[in-house]
Ligand binder design. Structure first.
Ligand code: GTP
Ligand code: MG
Length: 375
C-alpha cells in the first residue's frame, strides 16, 4: 500500500539528512558544569545564655571600669585563590559537533522534489504546509552529526502527523448517546459508496450493533438491486422506494423504521454525483436538510488523483462533510490523496477501504498511518 509515496518520503529523508551532513561542522565547546561546594555560612555570634547574661551584668556592676568584650563574629571563609585555579584546571570541556540547515536548504529540497510529490497526489497546499513545518523544526537547529537521520525522520513523522491528524470520530461513543445514528454516504460516481456501506454494516454487525440500510440512490439503474444484494448477503434489512423517488424520503423512512424497531444505526446510500451537477447537489442538500444526519461521510476513490481535493472541497461546501472514507487504498500506490483530502477540508478519515470483500475496511489511525508510510 502506498509504495510510491513511501519510496518518495524515504528518499526525501535521505536527501535532507545528506544536506545536513554536508554542512560545515560546528564545534561548540560547552564547559561542563562543575558542582560548586556550598559556601560555609558565616556563623552567627552565639547568644549568651540567660544565666551567663545575669552573671555578666552583675560582674560589670562590680567592676564598672571593665568594658564588656563583644564576641567576635566569625567572618565568612574567603575562597582561596588557589582553589579557584584548581577548579579551572579540572574544568572538563564537552565537545559537540553539530550541523545547521538553512531555509535555502529546505527550499532547494522542495524545488528539486516537488514534481515527485505532486505525481504522488500530494496537493500543493499540503506541500506548502510541509515545507513551512520542516523549516520551523529544522532551520538553524543544531543537528548532532551522529543523529542527523534520526532527527530528520522524527521531524518528518511529526509534520506528516500534523497533516493527517484532523480529529477523531468516536463512533462507539456516539452510539451510546443516540440511537439510531444516521450516517449518509455521499460522493462522486463510482467512488465506492455502496460497497463501503456494506463493509461498514458488517463492521457494526461484528460489534453487535443492529444496522439498517436506506437505498437512497434512486437515480442510477440497478442501484437498488445492488444494495439489496448486499443486504441479503449480510442479513441486513434494506429500506427502499421506487426508482425516481425522493432520496430524502427513503432516508426519512429508514430512520423511522430504525426508531420503531430498535435499530442502532441507519446507513444511507445516495447516488453518485459530480460536484458540478447542480440538480443532484440540490437533491443531496435536501437529504441533509430533511434528515439532519449525525455524520455526512464523503467516500473518496483514492485513485482519483489530484481532483480528489477539488471534489472534497465542493462536497464540503455544499453539505458540510464530517468524515471521509478513502476507498480502494489497496490498489493505490500513491497515497498522497489521503494527505491532501483530509488537509484540504480539515476532517478526519474514518475508514480506509482495503479491498473488495466485506472485511476489507480498517479504521484510520493517523499515528499508525504515518508510521506505516515512513517504515
Ligand atoms: N479494490 C477495491 N475496490 C473497491 C473498494 N471499494 C469499492 N471498490 C470497487 O469500486 C467499484 C465501485 O464501487 P461502488 O460501491 O459501486 O461505488 P459507488 O460510489 O456506490 O458507485 P455509484 O453508485 O455508481 O456512484 C466496485 O467495483 C467496487 O467493488 C476498495 O476499497 N478496494
Ligand atoms: Mg452506489
Amino acid at each position: 500500500m502506498f509504495g510510491l509515496l513511501k519510496k518518495s518520503l524515504k528518499e526525501s529523508i535521505k536527501k535532507i539528512t545528506k544536506k545536513a551532513e554536508e554542512k560545515e561542522e560546528r564545534v561548540e565547546e560547552r564547559p561542563k558544569k562543575v558542582k560548586e561546594k556550598p559556601r560555609k555560612k558565616p556563623k552567627k555570634p552565639e547568644k549568651p545564655k540567660k544565666k551567663e547574661k545575669i552573671e555578666r551584668i552583675e560582674k560589670a556592676e562590680e567592676e564598672p571600669e571593665k568594658v564588656e568584650e563583644k564576641p567576635e563574629p566569625e567572618t565568612p571563609e574567603e575562597p582561596e585563590p588557589e582553589k579557584e585555579e584548581k577548579r579551572g584546571l579540572f574544568r572538563i570541556r564537552e565537545k559537540i559537533t553539530t550541523r545547521r540547515l538553512s531555509g535555502k536548504d529546505i527550499d532547494d529540497f522542495f524545488s528539486e522534489n516537488e514534481t515527485d510529490f505532486l505525481k504522488n497526489n500530494v496537493a500543493v497546499e499540503v506541500l506548502d504546509f510541509f515545507s513551512k513545518n520542516l523549516k520551523e523544526r529544522l532551520v538553524e537547529k543544531p543537528i548532532k552529526r551522529t543523529q542527523a537521520s534520526k532527527f530528520v525522520s522524527q521531524v518528518f513523522e511529526e509534520s506528516l502527523f500534523a497533516i493527517v491528524n484532523q480529529g477523531e470520530v468516536k463512533l462507539e461513543k456516539m452510539l451510546k448517546k443516540k440511537k439510531p445514528l444516521c450516517l449518509v454516504f455521499l460522493g462522486f460516481n463510482g467512488s465506492g459508496k455502496t460497497t463501503s456501506i456494506a463493509k461498514v454494516a458488517k463492521y457494526f454487525l461484528k460489534k453487535g450493533y443492529k444496522p439498517v440500510i436506506a437505498a437512497g440512490d434512486t437515480f442510477r439503474a440497478a442501484s437498488i438491486e445492488q444494495i439489496e444484494e448486499h443486504g441479503r448477503k449480510l442479513g441486513v434489512r434494506v429500506i427502499k422506494h421506487q426508482y425516481g423517488a425522493d432520496s430524502a424520503a427513503v432516508v426519512f423512512d429508514a430512520v423511522r423504521f430504525a426508531e420503531a424497531n430498535n435499530y442502532d444505526i441507519v446507513l444511507a446510500d445516495t447516488a453518485g454525483r459530480a460536484h458540478t451537477d447542480k440538480n443532484l447537489m440540490d437533491e443531496l442538500r435536501k437529504v441533509v436538510r430533511v434528515n439532519k444526519p449525525d455524520l455526512k461521510v464523503l467516500v473518496v476513490d483514492s485513485l482519483t488523483g489530484n481532483d480528489a481535493v477539488e471534489q472534497a472541497k465542493q462536497f464540503h461546501e455544499a453539505v458540510g462533510v464530517d468524515a471521509v472514507i478513502m476507498a480502494k487504498t489497496d490498489v493505490n500506490p500513491k497515497g498522497g490523496s489521503i494527505l491532501s483530502v483530509c488537509y484540504a477540508i480539515k476532517k478526519p478519515i474514518l475508514f480506509m477501504g482495503t479491498g473488495q470483500d466485506y472485511e476489507d475496511i480498517v479504521r484510520f489511525d493517523p499515528k499508525k498511518f504515518v508510521k506505516d508510510i515512513l517504515s
